[in-house]
Design a protein around this ligand. Structure first.
Ligand SMILES: [Zn+2]
Length: 304
């Protein structure tokens, strides 16, 4: 059973940091296995597989996160711009930031990890098995790789929501509006474009014309309860769970995967480094997920 009522994204993150962090090399805990054949045996039997993906999968496609060391857009990191307060203070600046991120995605492509997941989804669905992707990423690279069963729990760079009428819509325009054309440069000495609110992206739903915002979950905001409920169902019913490219200190992997493991379901972590949750999992495969995931998800020799 997964906790239904969730506090803010920022709070849960810092809360879990405190409780999940363990000293390096702590003893008397079984180390997770890196036995690929053993994983493959379980994989071949699994009927409902959940794959939780995080920033590491996007990073291998060169998608910037604007977090951590060196992760700046102009003078700011994501958490200083990706908030309702930042948007109401300076919607032009926040739209420049998101415009830049949308435009950057035109130059990025899915990597072998995205493709392996999409191919596995398709293959298993023909066998009456399900693979559901629960992703923290907002870049839609899973969709572009061909995945179709994706729960984007943090929303998408390519969706907008009207702050007046609430209407959400897919939006792949480049640029998203005329005033943002050529704006959004990330260099620290770039001046704000200071676009007036009327010239920022506006709602086209039934003559509303309200101001649009990116339909992503910002720091300090709750997750979409419908998507969360669907993610809970997937995680409650899966018989194998993969955690790919996420530090497991940020929601949801920090919370979801350990709870799946706690009900005795095998969890396999694919990551560049050990995480605070690694010791709770049955498997850990070390390295870039573009290298570790394709052989793990390839067609099993026992299936046709
Ligand atoms: Zn509207």
């Amino acid at each position: 059973m997964i906790v239904r009522r969730l506090p803010y994204r920022g709070l849960i993150n810092s809360h879990l940091r405190v409780h999940l962090k363990r000293p390096q090399g702590s003893r008397d805990m079984a180390r997770p296995s890196s036995d690929l054949a053993a994983f493959r045996e379980i994989f071949s039997q699994a009927k409902n597989i959940a794959i939780i993906t995080g920033a590491g999968v996007s990073a291998e496609s060169g998608v910037p996160t604007f977090r951590g060391a060196g992760g700046y857009w102009r003078k700011w990191q994501a958490q200083e711009l990706a908030s309702p307060e930042a948007f109401s203070r300076n919607p032009s600046r926040v739209w420049e930031f998101y415009h830049y991120r949308r435009e950057v995605m035109l130059t990025k492509t899915p990597n072998p990890a995205h493709l392996a997941i999409a191919e596995c989804q398709e293959r298993l669905s023909r066998q009456g098995r399900t693979v559901t992707v629960v992703s923290q990423n907002v870049d839609e690279l899973h969709r572009r790789a061909g995945s179709n069963d994706i729960l984007e729990i943090h929303g998408s760079l390519f969706k907008t929501r009207c702050i007046s009428c609430g209407h959400e819509a897919a939006n792949y325009k480049s640029p998203i509006c005329a005033a943002l054309e050529g704006k959004g440069a990330p260099d620290p000495d770039t001046n704000d474009a200071q676009i007036s609110v009327q010239d920022l992206p506006r709602c086209e739903h039934e003559g509303c014309h309200g101001l649009l915002r990116p339909a992503v979950v910002w720091f300090g905001e709750n997750l979409d309860s419908d998507i969360l409920t669907r993610a809970e169902k997937v995680l409650d019913s899966c018989d194998l769970c993969l955690v790919v490219g996420t530090s497991s200190v940020v929601y949801p992997a920090a919370m979801f995967a350990p709870q799946v493991a706690a009900r005795g379901v095998p969890v396999a972590e694919f990551n560049m480094e050990n995480t605070p949750a690694t010791m709770k999992f049955k498997f850990h495969f070390h390295g870039p997920c573009g290298s570790t995931l394709p052989p793990a998800l390839a067609r099993h020799e026992t299936t046709t």
